[in-house]
Each structure stands twice: as structure tokens, then as C-alpha cells.
Design a binder for this molecule. Structure first.
Ligand code: CP
Ligand code: NVA
Length: 331
């Protein structure tokens, strides 16, 4: 049976079959080829989208804006202040208002339940641009990047190292289980993903002939890795007080040259960005001074090395988000 995603929301990868994810990846490749060839693709001319951001963003916001404009759509950006939702108007009422005016709605914010509620009431597709629990549009870009580098997804050994229970750790584990990559979470036990999600992913992985492993041991965990993936140690929305403990917990899990050497010779380094790989940011400099460190989740050496594909991932955000919008609004 053909895949038809028209009218569907994109809230988390658990809601999508492997075939549907494959369809979105193939569509992303088509859009990337059109963009590279300079061929116009204004398939959604006359449509409009609203993008709601309760947290900061560079990649996700720009990918939605440029993606929408390339597809011929109008875009309204609503930032953390200046609109009514949450203060004077409920999520359900906001969703019903926006659904009367727009053909699709993106939401970045806090609890997954907010994006789910928006989707329940909007009557148009709602896309999750990051919640505390999941970041599914990022994952599609990551899968596309891995496939471009290795020519396949199935059987690739994927290691996520760091805060394994944040939105990235959760979403990548689901994606690997769905698409046949062997997934390892390498983290201190306190930062392992929830047992409930691990069990769900193990069930999916079993069906797809791949594995889910959790380990605290860095050298064991990263051995034979094709992909070493990390993310910031403290995510947006977490209180500043957690920095000190998190740095102590995760310092041994910093991605450095030894870890990359321990992985397979062709291994690549991935990160959703933004990244604290030097002191050239306000928070990086602040933490550097407070805790005597010069780099956090990844060393500058690895970040800037040939193995690092982080900017390919960033570009792929746009091609994949375009595919999600086109497939769900209806091309
Ligand atoms: N990776 C990612 O979502 O980046 P932004 O926070 O800049 O959107
Ligand atoms: N885990 C990070 C991802 C940023 C794209 C955060 O939520 O801040």
C-alpha cells in the first residue's frame, strides 16, 4: 500500500511506521535535489503556516521559514512573548483559532502534552519543533545525513553519548529501533532513558532486527561505533542549578579524540547543535570560568575534524522539514 501522510501531525516518531519514515526520507532527498539544481518547487503556493516558539531556535525556525518560502507558502512567526496562548487563551482555543487561518502549525516548547493538545484541536497538521521529551524533525535530518554518509541505515552502529534521557537521546533511540540501526546509550545510569521507553524501543528493535544497549562504560560503549552522537549536557528549560552536577556526571562522557579512535575507522561525529565546543559563547564562557573547563560535550578538536558532519545535519534540517510540510499538508 502507498504511503499517504496528508492531514497527519508530526509529533513523535513513535506515531510513524518505518515505511512512513522511509517515505519522508525519500521525499527529503527529492527536495534536496530540486534545491541543489535550482529548480523551483512552489507546490504549496497560496498556503500559510504559523510557527510558535516558546524556546529559542536558529536551525528549526530558519528551516521552517525557508522551507515554507521555497514551497511558496506564507509564514507567521510567534515568539515566546507577544501572543495570547497560555496567558489569556488556552492551548485548545489557540489551536482552533490558528487552525481556521493556517494550513499547518509548528510548535517548539516545553511539555509534549502541549503539542499533542494543539494537534487534537487544530484541525490542520501540527509539527513538533522540539519539546522536553522529543525532537522528531531533527532526527529525520540525522537519518538523512547518516544515509548520505554510509549509503544505508540498517546495521549501522549508532552510539548516543551524554544526557541519554533528553529529547535527543529519546528520539534517536526510537528512530534507530524503527529504521534498523543498532543503538547504544552511553551515559551514567541516572541519565539513562526511562525504562518504559527503553522497553518500547526494544520491542520495535526486535522486529526490525537491530539492538538497543545501555551502558555506563565509555570505551565498551563506543567500540565498533559508526556514529558517535552527542548533545548539550543541559537542555533548554532546565534550571541553571543543574550545571554543576551535570558537568561532574558527564565530563567522563565528553567526546574526544580517544573516543573517536576507539570507534570504527570510518566513524563520523554528529551533534544536533548548538554546541559548547569552545568558550566563544556567553554560557560556554560563563561555565568555563565557573568550573574550569574549556569545552563541554565535545572537544573543539573533534568538532572541527573531518569526521564531524554537524553542518551537513544542519542543512538537512531544511530539506527534511520541507518534506514533512509537503507530505502532511498535501503536495
Ligand atoms: N538543532 C536545533 O534544533 O537547533 P535550534 O535550537 O537552533 O533550532
Ligand atoms: N537537548 C537540546 C536540544 C537542542 C536542539 C535542548 O533541548 O536544549
Amino acid at each position: 500500500m502507498g504511503v499517504n501522510l496528508r492531514g497527519r501531525s508530526f509529533l513523535k516518531l513513535l506515531d510513524f511506521t518505518s515505511e512512513e519514515i522511509r517515505y519522508l526520507l525519500d521525499l527529503s532527498k527529492d527536495y534536496k535535489a530540486l534545491k541543489r539544481a535550482g529548480i523551483k518547487h512552489k507546490n504549496l503556493e497560496g498556503k500559510n503556516i504559523a510557527i510558535l516558539f516558546e524556546k529559542d531556535s536558529t536551525r528549526t525556525r530558519c528551516a521552517f521559514e525557508v522551507g515554507a518560502m521555497d514551497l511558496g507558502m506564507g509564514v507567521t512567526y510567534l515568539g515566546p512573548t507577544g501572543y495570547q496562548m497560555g496567558k489569556k487563551e488556552s492551548i485548545a482555543d489557540t489551536a482552533r483559532v490558528l487552525g481556521r487561518m493556517y494550513d499547518g502549525i509548528e510548535y517548539r516548547g516545553f511539555s509534549q502534552s502541549i503539542v499533542e493538545e494543539l494537534a487534537n484541536y487544530a484541525g490542520v497538521p501540527v509539527w513538533n519543533g522540539l519539546t522536553d521529551e522529543f525532537h522528531p524533525t531533527q532526527i529525520l535530518a540525522d537519518l538523512l545525513t547518516i544515509e548520505e554518509k554510509f549509503g544505508k541505515l540498517k546495521g549501522v552502529n549508532f552510539v548516543y553519548i551524554g544526557d541519554a534521557r533528553n529529547n535527543m537521546g529519546n528520539s534517536l533511540m526510537v528512530a534507530c529501533a524503527k529504521m534498523g540501526l543498532n543503538f547504544t546509550s552511553c551515559a551514567p545510569k541516572e541519565l539513562f532513558p526511562s525504562q518504559e521507553l527503553v522497553s518500547k524501543c526494544k520491542e520495535i528493535a526486535d522486529k526490525n532486527g537491530c539492538t538497543i544497549t545501555l551502558t555506563e562504560n565509555v570505551m565498551e560503549g563506543t567500540k565498533n561505533a559508526d556514529v558517535i552522537y552527542t548533545d548539550v549536557w543541559v537542555s533548554m528549560g532546565e534550571p541553571d542549578e543543574v550545571w554543576e552536577d551535570r558537568i561532574k556526571q558527564l565530563k567522563p562522557y565528553q567526546v574526544n579524540a580517544d573516543i573517536m579512535k576507539n570507534a570504527n575507522p570510518q566513524a563520523i561525529f554528529m551533534h544536533c547543535l548548538p554546541s559548547f565546543h569552545d568558550l566563544k559563547t556567553k554560557i560556554g564562557a560563563e561555565m568555563g570560568e565557573k568550573f574550569g573547563i574549556t569545552e563541554m560535550e565535545v572537544t573543539n578538536e573533534v568538532f572541527e575534524s573531518k569526521k564531524s558532519v554537524v553542518f551537513d545535519e544542519a542543512e538537512n534540517r531544511m530539506h527534511t522539514i520541507k518534506a514533512i510540510m509537503a507530505a502532511t499538508i498535501g503536495q
